[in-house]
Ligand binder design. Structure first.
Ligand code: PLP
Length: 309
């Protein structure tokens, strides 16, 4: 059924690999390969598809006709759920944090255009969104629904992220991904072959808490935590949704060399970090490193951005 849904939606799997050409990396003998999960689907790309796929299948198999999920007003996850519901014929409800603001921003305009019904939760209610009280209220209002958690990270999603690494046929030493909730890293590490390691790059300032969170997610999804991964917390460039001129210069240079403008909220911070670690020898010379391009993130990129420094 997994393949049926992917085929029905025109999803491109496995996502392609692209070698980065760089004189500097050549000197180090390092092979840097991009795993282009952003090319999976125009509306459901990157880790959004990886996380939503098993949840869509579960919702359809369970006979649900509605997906309900949570997110902030600029949430790319809300966009992705709206797009997914539209594509597979499920109704969608987006429970948005905070008050309604008219006119709707582009993220919510997109969601509504894909048929998503929006409901606004005050901040206290939003904090309690997992409680029986709030969920009962939502069920009274919207009837039966399949609940997709905020950010799409649940055990099904984490298990499906293990496919990212399992799809790669050539040997590699290290696979890297940006981290928000840690769900993508938790799954990817579980799919690693012996001898390879995974490295997450926190897009948030103060990302040390993610180590416990990734362990917890692995225990929930796989019944055990793995020891084959770590998280770099020093490449947040001021914090989530913040950037520096140095980061944006890197984005421009990478686009000049590689021809692709990568989003900076998650992906460019990771790529900067990967190349920096290679340059400083933290990643051993002559390694083969995979960097997972977890998606474009236009909503955050254009509407929720601020400069740091
Ligand atoms: C492009 C992109 N990369 C990475 C992440 C973070 O993934 P995770 O929450 O699984 O750590 C996100 C967040 O959803 C994202 O939009």
């Amino acid at each position: 059924m997994a393949d049926d849904l992917a085929a029905q939606l025109g999803v491109r799997m496995p996502s392609p690999l692209e070698v980065v050409r760089s004189a500097e990396l050549d000197r180090l003998g390092t092979r840097l390969i991009l795993k282009r999960d952003d090319r999976i689907h125009p509306q459901l790309s990157g880790n959004k598809w990886r996380k939503l796929q098993p949840n869509l299948e579960a919702a359809l198999a369970g006979g649900h006709d509605t997906l309900l999920t949570f997110g902030g007003a600029y949430s790319n996850h809300l966009r992705a759920v709206a797009a997914a519901g539209h594509l597979v014929g499920l109704q969608t409800v987006g429970a948005v944090r905070g008050e309604e603001h008219q006119p709707l921003n582009p993220t919510l305009t997109f969601a509504v255009a894909r048929g998503m019904h929006l409901v606004y939760l005050d901040r206290q209610t939003y904090r309690d969104k997992g409680s029986p009280k709030v969920l009962d209220q939502l069920h009274r209002e919207f009837g039966d629904f399949y609940l997709v958690p905020e950010g799409g990270t649940n055990a099904l999603a984490v298990r499906n992220c293990a496919e990212i690494t399992r799809e790669i046929e050539e040997p590699f030493d290290l696979i890297c991904t940006p981290c928000g909730t840690g769900g993508t890293l938790a799954g990817m590490a579980a799919g690693l072959p012996p001898g390879s390691r995974a490295l997450g790059f926190s897009a948030l300032k103060g990302g040390d808490f993610l180590r416990d969170e990734v362990r917890r997610l692995q225990e929930v999804a796989f019944g055990t935590a793995f020891e084959n991964w770590d998280i770099e917390t020093g490449f947040h460039f001021g914090g989530f949704g913040r950037r520096t001129p140095e980061l944006m210069e890197f984005v421009d240079q990478f686009e000049d060399h590689h021809g692709t403008p990568f989003e900076w909220v998650y992906v460019a911070k990771m790529l900067y970090g990967v190349i920096d670690l290679c340059r400083r020898g933290v990643v051993a010379p002559r390694s083969t490193v995979i960097a997972v391009i977890t998606g474009p993130d236009e909503g955050v990129q254009s509407h929720n951005a601020s400069w740091c420094c």
